[in-house]
Design a protein around this ligand. Structure first.
Ligand SMILES: Nc1nc2c(ncn2[C@@H]2O[C@H](COP(=O)(O)OP(=O)(O)O)[C@@H](O)[C@H]2O)c(=O)[nH]1
Ligand SMILES: [Mg+2]
Ligand SMILES: [Zn+2]
Length: 305
């Protein structure tokens, strides 16, 4: 008799995958003729995949893959097609430093749009608040007004770490943000057992001292996983249509309900509720400008394509 079980892929090593089954991490082969749930276009196992197992321990084999609720994709420079790099991530903690490296609200907006586009709920976390909050005080309220959850944290003093720990419990959470903001440090603060290397120089260029080049899921004590991966900063942007963008700026989407035209660009129309809100100070002019710039950028890349 064959036994059946289910697990979650936490790492992929060529012909083998590491699968979390309850408390156990097992390194297992997979069937060549895997049974893929309908709707999976990119037929390679990725971290986060929920899989069916067959066989008798310790001779288990991965036999099937469940439908993916979300996919995180990446297109490396020079590649034409994007690849799925993780499945079933349900939320992202977008980490920025409060002071250094200098926080960049335009970059934060890009991360937020990428999260929304991937169907992943973002939470904003400003780390290193032990160094002060002077760099963010002027604009952090824009994000609270837009409806985002904003956490202030310090991996060094443990401020906000309890809150983050509760936020990630039982879910699959991507930690993303620029290099050097303290993602690894925060994860180590959440669970010291991870012992992630801190202070790697550059995840983006690969010149740093990072130890892994592919995404891995790290099991949390109890339930849930976190993902700390180099390179996710490029995720999910190329296939975004300019007209889709406003849905990913929540406060602009809601102000747009008052525009006369459903396809209002909020730029040159004679009457525009979004522009009026920005002029009346009900909407952040910085977020409004950021939206317009990002849309111009998307229009430029749509023309080139
Ligand atoms: N002052 C301060 N430094 C921190 C904090 N968190 C991380 N760092 C430092 O910032 C640098 C980058 O941290 P790391 O976790 O590697 O950042 P990552 O690239 O986002 O994973 C390291 O030198 C950390 O010691 C913090 O809360 N306060
Ligand atoms: Mg790191
Ligand atoms: Zn408008």
């Amino acid at each position: 008799m064959t036994e059946r079980a289910a697990g979650v892929v936490t790492a992929v090593f060529g012909p083998l995958v590491r699968v979390q089954v309850g408390e156990d991490a097992l390194v297992l082969p997979f069937r060549r003729s895997l049974h893929w749930a309908e709707g999976i276009a990119d037929r390679r196992l990725v971290v986060g995949d929920r899989v069916a197992l067959e066989g008798r321990p310790p001779d288990l084999v991965v036999s099937g893959v469940e439908a993916r609720r979300t996919t995180l994709t990446r297109r490396s420079p020079g590649e034409r097609r994007s690849r799925v790099i993780a499945a079933n991530v349900d939320q992202a903690v977008v980490v920025m430093a409060a002071v250094s490296p200098e926080p960049n609200p335009r970059l934060l907006d890009r991360f937020l749009v990428a999260c929304h586009h991937a169907g992943i709920e973002p939470v904003i976390c400003f780390n290193k608040v032990d160094q002060g909050t002077a760099g963010i005080d002027a604009w952090i309220g824009d994000y609270v007004d837009a409806g985002y959850e904003v956490l202030l944290a310090s991996a060094r003093t443990a401020r906000g770490v309890g809150c983050l720990t509760r936020r990630v419990a039982g879910r699959t959470t991507l930690f993303c943000g620029p290099s050097g903001v303290g993602k690894s440090a925060l994860l180590n603060a959440i669970h010291p057992g991870y012992r992630l290397r801190e202070g790697s120089i550059s995840e983006a260029t690969g010149k740093g001292r990072h130890t892994t080049s592919t995404a891995q899921l790290l099991p949390l004590p109890g339930a849930g996983f976190v993902v700390d991966t180099p390179g996710v900063r490029e995720f999910g942007f190329w296939d975004l249509a300019p007209a889709e963008l406003q849905a990913y700026f929540p406060e602009i989407a809601s102000a747009a309900a008052g525009c006369s035209f459903t396809d209002c660009t909020h730029e040159s129309e004679a009457s525009c509720a979004v522009r009026d809100s920005a002029q009346a100070g009900k909407l952040s002019t910085r977020r409004y400008t950021s939206f317009l710039k990002l849309r111009q950028e998307l229009e430029g890349s749509a023309e080139r394509a």
